[in-house]
Structure formats: C-alpha cells, structure tokens
Design a protein around this ligand. Sequence first.
Ligand code: C2E
Ligand code: MG
Ligand code: MG
Length: 599
Amino acid sequence: MSAEGIDAHDLAIAVNQLTTGGGTLPSTDIYASLLQCAVGSTFDLILLLDVQGHIRYCSQNSYELVGLPDKQAVGKSLRELIYPTDRSIVDELLAELVEGIQTAAKVDVRLRSEGDDEQFLWVQISATVMSNNDSSDSRAIYVAVKDISQVKHAEAQIQYQLSHDNLTGLMNRVQFISEVDAAIAAANIDQQPFMLLFFDLDRFKIINDSLGHDIGDRLLQAIAQRLAGAIDVSGVLARFGGDEFGLLLPNAHSFQLGQQACEKILFLLSEPFSIEGYELSVDTSVGLAKFPDHGSSSVALVQSADIAMYHVKENGKNNYAIFDASMNKDRFAQIQLEQELRRALAKGELEVYYQPVVSLVGGEIMGVEALARWNHKRLGLMEPGGFLDLAEEAGLVADLDSFVQRKAMQQVIQWHALGHDIFVSVNTSAAQLNQEAFTASFEAMLSEVGMAPSKVKLELTEKTLIKSKQFIVDQLSYLRDLGVGIAADDFGTGYSSLAYLRDFPLTSLKIDQSFVRDIKDENDTASLVDAILAVAHGLGLSVVAEGVETVAQIRYLLARDCDEAQGYIFSAPLSAQDMQAFLANNRAKNLRQENFSDA
Ligand code: C2E
Ligand code: MG
Ligand code: MG
C-alpha cells in the first residue's frame, strides 16, 4: 500500500483510533486520507452510503465499474446503479442493515451498464454498517463492490457443462430429469397430463463399429441438429448418452399429440444423413409414456418410456409404442437375460454347434460352420436369434465371437487328428472386426490352437461390410494373405451391393437362404441366384448355397456350378458329439449318392 500523502505518525493515530474505537468511524481528516489511500490500492469500488442509500463517498475507480466518474456518482442512490431486476435484492440488504437485523452482509447482483439496461456486470456487494454512536443520523454504510464477472462466467460455463451433452449441445440426462420434475410440478398445479418420449437408434452401433467413432459422432450431431430444428419450441430434447434421446412435451396433453411426435421423429430420422460421403440411414425405436398414468415421478416416467422403447426393439424395431404395464415384465426379463449372458460368457458356458458344408459335385463334407448356442437353464438351448442382439447391445459380441472361434478351432483340430481333413468356418461381427488388435489376436489364436490358416474361413455379413473402410479391408487382406478364407455371408440381404465383392478381399460368397428358398424346382428361373453365381464366379469366388432343403434345389445349384451347399437336407447344426458321429459315418456322401445317382 502506498501511504502517499500520509505520514507515519498520522497513520499510527488513525489505526489506533480505529482499533480502540471498536470499529466506530473516526471523524478526523486523517481517517479520510487513510481511507482514500486504502481504497486507492484495491480494485474494488468503495462507497460510503448514508442510511437512505445515497452515495456520500465514491472511490476514484468508479468509472471502470459503473461508467461514472466518482464525482457524478456521489449523490446518486446505490439502487440506481443496479440492474433493474436485482434492485429489490439491494433494497432488502440495505433495509436489514439499517434496521439492525444484520451488521454486515454480502450479495451477488448485477450492475447496470450506464445507459443500457441490457448490459450488466456481475459484482459482489459487501456492506457493513458503521456508526459513531447510537443515533441513526451518524451511521454510514461501507460498501465494497467487487467485479465477479469472471467467476460468474466460469460458473455459467461449468453449469452449462454439467447440464449439457458436449457432443451435441443438447441437454443431458441430469438436466432433462430436472426439466421433467419442473413439468410434473406444473402439471400437478394445472391438472394437465403430458407426454414423454424416449428413443434409441436401431443401427447406430453397427455404423459406429464399422465406420468409426468419428463418423458416429458426426451422425449424432446431425441427428441432434435435425431434431432440434424440427420439434415444438416447448419441447425439451436431451441426449441421454450413446444413441439414446429423450423428448419432454409439457404441452402435449393427449396421446394423440404424443403419437404425432413419435411419428414425426421416425419420419425425420428416416431420411438419410450425408456424412463424409456416406449416406447413412438410421432406424429408431420410440417409447411413449404419459404423466401421471405411467409414472408419478420423473425417474418412473422416463423408465416407462424406456420400457416401451425396448418393447419396440424386441418387436421389429423402427416403430413406436405406448407404455403398457405388461411390458414391465419383458424388460425385467431382458435385463436379467443380459446379466446371465455376461456370466455364461465369462464362465465359458456357451456351446458351439456345427453344420456341415458339403461339396455339391463330390458330396464330401468339406468343412463345418461353427454356430453359437446358449444352453440356458430355464429357456433351454437357444439359437443366436435369441441372444445375438442382446450380446450386441451389451457390447459382448466380440468376446462371444472369439470364444466360439477358439472353441471351434480346438474341436476341429481334434477331428483333423481323427483323419477328417475339413475346414472350419467361423462368424465374425462388426464389433470384433473393428478391434484394433483383431488380426493380431486372430493370428495368435491360430498359432496357440495350432490351426493351419488355410483351414479357417471367416464369415462376414454385409452389415459388417458397410462400404469400404480401409481399416477393415487391411485387416481382412492381412488374414487372407495368411491363408484364411474370407466369405461374404448371407449375401443378397442387408446392404447388398456388388461393389463389396470387388472392394473386399473375399475368397467365397454364401448365397442367403432366402434366395435358395425361392428355387422350387430344378428348371426354375431363379434369376437372382443365377446372377449372383455368374458375378461371383467371374470374380473367382467360390460359392456356397445356404439353407438347402430339397433335392430340387441341389440339382438346380449343381447345374449352375455352385460349389458347395449347407442346409437341413444334409444336416441341421449338430453338437460336437453328434457332428463327430456324422463325420464318421460320412452321411453326407451317402445322402448324395442316394439322391442323385442320376445327376
Ligand atoms: P449364418 O452364419 O448364416 O448361419 C446359418 C444359419 O442358417 C444357422 O442359423 C443355421 O442353423 C441356419 N440354417 C442352416 N441350414 C438351414 C436350412 O436348411 N434351413 C433353414 N431354415 N435354416 C438353416 P443359426 O445357427 O440360428 O445362426 C443364425 C446366425 O447367427 C448365423 O447365420 C450367424 O450369422 C449368426 N451367428 C451364429 N454364431 C455366431 C457367432 O459365433 N458369432 C456371430 N457374430 N454370429 C453368429
Ligand atoms: Mg455364417
Ligand atoms: Mg448365412
């Protein structure tokens, strides 16, 4: 502190007066100089007010905070400097001090920028009553005004971050729940119901896994933007995390309005999004819940909408459903099943079934496809249709894949030892294929198990192959160069495009059973099968027909040079034990001799 203008002696007197006077206001000039000196050294604005709240003294730095030179500030009332909506706070503060309810107090208020009621500056006002004796006339109020705009700005930023989703800028779950709480409070007063939607994108995970998180993030942003621009102004849209969103419609008092909103969301998201050259479309499952019928608290209401959304997912997806109490049970069962699957996987309790792949010309068993089975305590032997989606939603599918792959390889090696020189075909998912270390761990698995790469085929479905992603192409090329076969599974379904056949390092193609099913007799013109066979052979790929069930189908395929077939006519998938017996009997070969000794 610069003691300019005051000598040490005067300073000592002033300090003495202050300390021995019990905080009462000394009336000397020295004190005034001391005060001047003290206030000159602080960034705060210092004011002395009379009990009416008029400024009697103002420090010289007033211009920076209130836009007034100190001389002009003197004589004004403090409330004139305050932003209009905050004036009552200051009035109350001064009243409490003057009435003796408090001797000192602090409040955060906004100062009004001179001449502009829209502009303000956040300050903290600390006020202290100072009195010489008990008569009210000699009391004064010491006020320090501190600029806290930076603190407030930081607070607002933190508040924003705590209440919003970083990626999309939408509200987050926490804030959404408090908005729902507010809507419930309002609805309880005006006795009006309202609607709440919960929705989840059906194929987002596939997009994220196959095209990468950057594209996934961009898609989420585009979705948020499209929705935010289209929903009713009173609607509150939030991202709960992942691909889950909530929409609160406090003004939708009827199911009809709620349903319209569901349809609008389905419609809005059905239009493809164009992201970095990809045309991406997402399906959406929407659950609708009504306050108060489906939950009297925010959490219960969101949960009901979530349950309704899951119901849609279970029943074909890309639709909406209104919550119904009977859905509760299903969702609970679902969660339980997910936990059981997690445990079964951890304990290695999943099983592998094997289905023979047969040469159409010779009828020999060329290989087996490994198919996951889950032998569930209550539900019995479950096929992948009953748990694969669940595994995918729960992020377990990559582990499931490698479990099945390893177990199948170990098994087939034993069959090699028994003299059956067969390949093993294993399925993979987008999630597994997208793991950075996939090729390395697959190669490690081959050598740990002692399996020749040339005896292994990796089956990919077309949804794994969404467009050509260089990373996946590289992974697959690496494996193919090792000798691993790469098969396009279920060809013709999903994102069907002949471009995949050229872009990906495939060695074979499996015609989906839906096309094979269309072949009714051997002279049929099942043109799609013909076209697939022609294109595949043109590219040097071998072709496997899936789901072959009749002799007519075998003959048809044989006539068109289809290489191999798989289907119930040879055998349904079998347990390891049954498959071993099947191999031993070489039943497939016998079957062929019985069925087309004339072919
Ligand atoms: P997929 O790879 O196309 O396997 C063939 C499916 O067709 C098997 O169903 C098989 O039981 C069934 N199938 C075989 N022959 C016939 C037939 O003649 N008629 C009919 N109607 N169906 C036949 P499954 O075992 O239920 O497997 C379904 C799908 O689950 C598989 O289709 C595969 O995409 C997937 N999957 C199975 N295991 C795994 C796994 O370990 N990992 C991954 N990611 N997917 C798997
Ligand atoms: Mg397969
Ligand atoms: Mg298939």
